[in-house]
Write a protein that binds this ligand. Structure first.
Ligand code: ADP
Length: 488
């Protein structure tokens, strides 16, 4: 069913890419199935690799990186530019592969491919501007020169919610900077990573510079990545819990870490907000990817004066969402990724109801077989409920009522997370006060969409460290070396 949808069926492979070789299950023994979350159908079977294959990929990356780093930035950029062009030319196929393995609506999947490709384009261009520094010497005979060099072999572990873009925005800056990458995509969604690797190969990326280790044994692969001394940096997007495990493991060799972890984004609507714009923002920020993004609005705080009107306007839009298979026309809410995800959403709703919240809309699994859930709005939500403290990762908008600016800032910051935040207001002084007071790495002001390749994406507190995108995202793959030169 998948292959029939593609113009170029060769973009789907049943092999992993280890050290420049495409290996099938037969070579390694064990295998695992990839299923379509909309139908439960098996769409592919991939080799279930272990530590030995990860180590081989690291060895090859270690060797290949030396020559890759010697190339000029212009030469590396030319390959990334070709990859960008190939991603665009194959966007429909890449989107279909993504929808098939992950479930998001086809139009959203296409959007993700363009978004992922934008990092490939951007970092290729940006790598030409890795400037060092010269510093006036501290003594008459001294000259001080600062070089920026690639960190070396980078291991990348990525999640299932953006199977293309989360990898593209690690792969692109690393490779642009002159690093080699060994990746392990989520076991739910490895096909998008493999198709990216196929295109990178066609674009001329040298053998060994990029490997994709497919595996269900993520903890063994994570151990290899953190214990292998040839790996110099680990970049991870996923849960805070796993981020902590990797940080502990990486401590042994003081591993450089990039961590994009969980969030608990507040979305604040003040009395003076443009309510229609706020509703639009809430729709994209809350319901995009069916609520399964780390920057999704998780807690919607609405000031008392506009609470009822905002809720009515939001409900009208949410009621119009069409739930279904991402390949069906007009669908804008796909399935959740697993049964466990459905249960978490149900648990959060039940907990809120037991503590006094009411269902304004939805609240139950959708009326069709599978992992589909009704887009939901909860009103009368309070801080003691699970929806206030944990990431729901589903299509549930809990509406909290607040009175004052001070009160809402305190509630918004009362979490161990610090990734994205959003607010809607017009008064300029308030805009600055609130933007500066929110303890988050990112603040969307009168917008619900903040992520793009030119801006530094990342969190503070337990949402992680490091930034992806922008010039800062490239710095994370570079080391500083200082030369002290003594002259006659
Ligand atoms: P999610 O809730 O998005 O599944 P996870 O943090 O569990 O978040 O998964 C994100 C990525 O981390 C996936 O590729 C997963 O396979 C991987 N992963 C999970 N546990 C570990 C671990 N102990 N070590 C290394 N990687 C892991």
């Amino acid at each position: 069913a998948l292959l029939a949808r593609l113009k170029d069926p060769s973009l789907v492979t049943d092999k992993a890419l280890i050290a420049g070789e495409w290996l099938s299950a037969a070579d390694g023994g064990k295998s695992f199935d990839i299923t379509n979350p909309s139908t439960g159908d098996v769409i592919a079977t991939l080799p279930d690799m272990g530590r030995a294959e990860a180590a081989r990929a690291v060895d090859a990356a270690y060797k290949a990186q030396k020559d890759w780093a010697k190339k000029t930035a212009k030469d590396r950029a030319a390959i990334l530019r070709r990859l960008y062009d190939l991603m665009l030319a194959n966007a429909d196929d890449l989107a279909a592969i993504l929808t098939m393995e992950m479930g998001k609506p086809l139009a959203e999947a296409r959007g993700e491919i363009l978004y992922g490709a934008s990092y490939v384009e951007w970092f290729g261009e940006e790598a030409k501007r890795v400037y060092g520094d010269t510093i006036p010497g501290h003594q008459q005979d001294k000259r001080i020169i600062v070089l920026k060099q690639p960190v070396g072999v980078v291991a990348a572990i990525t999640p299932w919610n953006f199977p293309n873009a989360m990898l593209a925005r690690k792969f692109a800056p690393a490779v642009a900077a002159g690093c080699a990458v060994v990746s392990k995509p989520a076991a739910e969604t490895p096909l998008s990573a493999l198709s990216l690797a196929l295109l990178a190969e066609r674009a001329g990326l040298p053998s060994g510079v990029f490997s994709v280790v497919t595996s269900t044994d993520s903890s063994s692969i994570g151990k290899e990545f953190t214990e292998n001394a040839k790996v110099r940096k680990l970049t991870f997007t996923g849960s805070t819990g796993v981020g902590k495990i990797l940080m502990r493991q990486g401590a042994e060799q003081i591993m450089k870490l990039g961590l994009e972890l969980g969030g608990n984004a507040p979305f604040i609507v003040f009395d003076d907000a443009d309510l229609d714009a706020a509703v639009e923002g809430a729709m994209v920020s809350k319901y995009r990817n069916n609520g399964q993004t780390c920057v999704c609005a998780n807690r919607l705080y609405v000031q008392a004066g506009v609470y009822d009107v905002f809720a009515e306007k939001l409900a009208a839009k949410v009621a119009a969402l069409k739930v279904g298979d991402g390949f069906e026309d007009g669908v804008n809410a796909g399935p959740l990724i697993t049964q466990k995800a459905v249960e978490k959403v149900e648990e959060h709703i039940a907990d809120a109801l037991s503590k006094g919240a009411s269902i304004m809309l939805g609240g139950k699994p959708a009326d069709r077989a599978g992992l589909f859930f009704q887009p939901t709005i909860l009103t009368g939500v309070t801080s003691d409920m699970k929806v206030a403290r944990e990431e729901t990762f589903g299509p549930v908008a809990p509406l909290f009522k607040f009175e004052s600016e001070e009160e809402v800032i305190e509630m918004a910051n009362n979490t161990e997370f610090g990734l994205a935040s959003y607010f809607y207001a017009k008064d300029l002084s308030k805009v600055f006060r609130v933007a500066e007071a929110l303890e988050y790495g990112m603040v969307g002001i009168n917008t619900g969409l903040i992520s793009n390749e030119t801006a530094p994406f990342g969190g503070i507190k337990q949402s992680g460290q490091g930034r992806e995108g922008s010039k800062y995202g490239l710095e994370d793959y570079l080391e500083i070396k200082y030369l002290c030169l003594s002259i006659e």
